[in-house]
Ligand binder design. Sequence first.
Ligand SMILES: [Zn+2]
Length: 458
Amino acid sequence: MTSTTCHAYTLEHDKYLLSQRVADHIPPVDQIIRILPIQTLFTNDSIESFNMVEKVIQLKCQCNQYPWGKQGSNSLAATLCAKTPGTDFSIDENTPYAEMWMGTYPELPSYILESGEDLQDVLDRNADELIGKNTINKFNHTKIPYLPKVLSIAKALPLQLHPNKELASQLHQRNPDQFTDPNHKPEIALALGDFEAFCGFKPLKDIERLMKLAPLQPFLPSVKKPSFDDQTLKHVVKSMLTASDEAIKKTNDALLELPKEQFGEDSYIPELIPRLSEQYDKTDNGTVVALITMNYLKLKKGDSIYIPADGIHAYLSGDIIECMARSNNVLNTGFCPRADRDSVDMFTSCLTFTPHSPDDCMLPPKASEHSKNGKTQVYAPPLSEFSLLATELKDGEEETIKAIGGPSMSIVTSGEGSFKADGKEHKLSEGYIFFVAHGVDMEFKATKALQIYTAYVE
Ligand SMILES: [Zn+2]
């Protein structure tokens, strides 16, 4: 035996004796985990793997059935929902399907495909890793601050506005069942194909010109002001909304009898009266307000409109991606049964007069700074809650969306391919929906022309 081995023996022997002594006092393993600070049990590497959270989470979402939705499999919201893995959703051809929601709003929350857990529960447990400190500090909660939806619209949605923060919080305090949160709800609507919408008011001079038509005289103020301004417009909207069923029916009938030329550039008005009257009724106050005072927009795929808080709007037809600040507050006054309408006084008192022309409504896309290969555009409304990315790839094309500073949610609306993020590869196909944590690069590859929409905050 050399001295070296002798020394080694002694050391090993000492360690053995020590471990025997320690073993007598060692509590069961589950107690160690509770008693000892975690650093004494794991190296830095193993702490990371111990705390590891999946940063890319595939989701299953749900679809609602408002009566204005498209019927059965004509509804994109329904077909995407049916194609989302794990939804167990089959389409009934006799049911209208209106909206698929992606997010953590309690009315129609998203669930984790793998475990079936509510996404919000997982976000609450791992808020720093998934939502990120910046977003948590900015909004003071661990929820996703926006709510993306796919809408499939067969007929006019209620004529509506979403109250601003101040009114929303008052309404929420007074009637939390109807106004489920104190937040405002500005929104954008991005056309996935042909999309018709009433949005904001026409320029005053155009409304003034139309208001010269004989059947509309009863809606003007009795004392004429020198100029037709927003106050006059407010009066007009209010008197149209409070008019009796009989008065509205008479107005629509009289407008239909006028020669088409009298409507000037707005020749769509006599064409839309029968269509809207069929959808709701000739007595619906929304018809006159929308056709005479609001911008009527016919949008194409990729066009987008922005609706500020308190902005008047009613979507008429098409499939869209809608994204809004996290809220579900709405005031309705037309294109819905009288019993479902909110107070006209409240509605008109919070009306805002932006936008005030068709151009004002538009939210044009820009090149996204997150795009590596230039295949992604961003729709960025002037608010802090969200922006929306549209990524379009032809067969074989690739795109990387460079790490975003907050949480994002992506939906594939058409095509097939794959998606690499956080060291894992995921399949992409129509109806696939993912939550992605802040700070993660996303690499998309199309095998069949891909269309992906990603809502995010940062
Ligand atoms: Zn809306």
